[in-house]
Design a protein around this ligand. Structure first.
Ligand code: F3S
Length: 69
């Protein structure tokens, strides 16, 4: 199983702590919201669960997916 992050743009208020913690996975865009730039980055590049907990509006959704062989 691996975690794939998504941003709920309705909930995101542009706090940017996700980008600060995981710049290889989340990036702030022109809309002042976070966007996922590397959905495969959880684990090696980023502790996505920690980032999701740090987001003040719980806008980071982590989806568990089966790992491809
Ligand atoms: Fe948005 Fe939360 Fe990141 S509010 S910018 S998803 S820390």
């Amino acid at each position: 199983m691996k975690l794939v992050p998504k941003i709920d743009l309705e909930k995101c208020i542009g706090d940017a702590v996700c980008e600060a913690m995981c710049p290889d996975v989340f990036e702030m865009a022109d809309d002042d919201k976070a966007h996922v730039i590397n959905p495969d980055g959880c684990g090696e590049l980023c502790d996505c669960e920690e980032a999701a907990e740090a987001c003040p509006t719980e806008a980071i959704i982590l989806e568990e997916v089966e790992e491809e062989e």
